[in-house]
Design a protein around this ligand. Structure first.
Ligand code: SF4
Length: 358
């Protein structure tokens, strides 16, 4: 395994690129870690980034640890969506600290800029992150290092402090100038890309957190897909387009129930029974009628249709044939989560939102 001097947290955003390149420009070997979970990360872009930025980049799947943090309640709260930015950074930095030895690396790099984001990049939040991740003497923030006390890496001469930066606040001008100086021409659009900051996604995740005692990353992969329907602890995902149906099929795991309308093109439905919440036959029929209502040809037939319900993972899967009339109105209350109701659930789980996102 190649030996590196430093491990860099690498989101693919401009600041993370510049932070890694600033240190690499001093002749130090940098390995970028790209953290991936159901909520963020683009492992499909790694080859493009490696080529565009001349950096070594490895994906790191942190999904299960991240879900455990969300389930247990992030100590520093969540933002306007469901984004626990301070705890998120603590989690990633702690994780990266644990990888230092494996790569022979001596310190960590992050692209944070003091004052850039209200929630996680205020001075006090930067301090909390360094303290709680136990990286105070191991973390270099090359873009704003000159506004902070010198780190041991600078004091020992491992890193040349004079070639670090003193960026402060939200403007992107200095970053763009640095990109030019470093020859970075592929400038990514300002970030976005974390689904936890978006209410559209947060309202998909909150029922999982509210009703599932032990959710896993795979549950949130499912929550990301297609349409989501909930009634209490009953959960059905439904494809919105062909690609969703294929993805739902791939995410199905033993115990799930797949619903498909016989004889008509239709979305696929996936029912995931939560522990201790088996579905009654009438509830299954109701879900089948709802699914059939999303098949235009089944609806215009004006007839009862057959929905096949297959339990995944049975040795000899046998589809139950449910005869139903397509019905958009669910008798058992299956409905797509709306933000108002979910905001209430969010307050119950996590209290009031922190002041801002990211
Ligand atoms: S927006 Fe917040 S929660 Fe999302 S990846 Fe960034 S720091 Fe983490």
């Amino acid at each position: 395994m190649p030996i590196y001097d430093a491990l860099a947290l690498f989101s693919g955003g401009l600041d993370s690129i510049l932070a890694a390149r600033t240190v690499a420009a001093q002749g130090l070997k940098v390995l970028c870690l790209h953290y991936v979970s159901p909520f963020f990360g683009h492992p499909d872009r790694l080859d493009r980034w490696r080529e565009a930025y001349g950096l070594d980049i490895e994906p790191v799947d942190v999904g299960e640890a991240y879900v455990a943090m969300l389930r247990d309640g992030p100590a520093h709260g969540v933002g306007k969506g469901l984004n626990p930015c301070v705890d998120c950074k603590i989690l990633m930095m702690s994780h990266a600290r644990g990888l230092l030895e494996r790569y022979g690396a001596k310190f960590l790099i992050s692209g944070e800029v003091k004052g850039q984001r209200p929630m996680s990049q205020r001075r006090d939040a930067l301090d909390v992150i360094s303290r709680d991740a136990r990286v105070r003497d191991l973390l270099l923030r090359p873009l704003c290092a000159l506004t902070l006390k010198p780190t041991p890496m600078e004091e020992s001469g491992l890193v040349d402090r004079e070639r670090l930066h003193g960026f402060n606040g939200r403007g992107r001008g200095p970053q763009l100038a640095l990109a030019r100086a470093l020859g970075v021409t592929a400038i990514p659009q300002p970030a976005g890309g974390c689904l936890l900051t978006e209410r559209e996604s947060a309202k998909r995740y909150l029922p999982v957190l509210a009703h599932h005692q032990a959710p896993t990353a795979a549950d949130f992969e499912l929550a990301n897909l297609g349409r989501q329907f909930w009634s209490g602890s009953r959960w059905m995902a439904m494809g919105r387009k062909q690609a969703d149906n294929a993805a739902l099929g791939a995410l199905a795991r033993p115990g799930d129930i797949l619903l498909d309308v016989e004889g008509f093109p239709s979305p696929l439905g996936l029912i995931r029974e939560l522990p201790g919440h088996a579905w009654a036959p009438a509830e299954l029929e109701d879900a089948a009628a709802l699914l059939a209502s999303y098949s235009p040809k089944a609806v215009t037939s004006g007839l009862d249709v057959v929905v096949l319900a297959t339990r995944v993972g049975e040795a000899e899967p046998q589809a139950a044939r449910l005869t139903v009339r397509p019905a958009r109105e669910s008798k058992t209350g299956l409905a797509e989560p709306d933000w108002e109701a979910q905001a209430e659930a969010k307050r119950g789980l996590y209290g009031e939102s922190r002041e801002d996102d990211h």
